[in-house]
Design a protein around this ligand. Sequence first.
Ligand SMILES: [Zn+2]
Length: 164
Amino acid sequence: MTASIPPIRVGLGYDTHRLGNGGPLRIGGINLDCQIHSIGHSDADVLLHAVTDAILGSIAEEDIGRLFPDNAAENHDRNSADFLHEAIQRLRSHGMEIANMDCVILAERPKMAGHIDAMKAAISKITETPIDRIGIKAKTGEGIGPIGQGEAISARAVVLVYKV
Ligand SMILES: [Zn+2]
């Protein structure tokens, strides 16, 4: 990164997965005991994927799909904490740290409210970032569209990073 770049940068991440019958639902680095699961090549953690892409985007690196292809055997059923950890390592290799992140989960079910603190704790641990720098909220799809009909789950994340 050149000296002319200001000491703060921003990154945006987005992800969606189809949902299938049978739990648990892997999201935010934890397992939710419910009757649906997220479908994907890895553990299909939609929130960690969005956060990973936000961090990679903040340093203008390749996205999660390029770094961890979904046709690579080593990524099958892989813990998405590995992807997020790699993104953080790359961020720190640029001498940067997370100022804060804010995330939105879009899911009709299950109710996320009681699990937000556990997700924050998991992301805090993986990224070695203080928990008060991590925002997570959840919204439903109001019964309409792929989210509202329970066909898909989605997440957005924005991250602000700064030069240490
Ligand atoms: Zn994903």
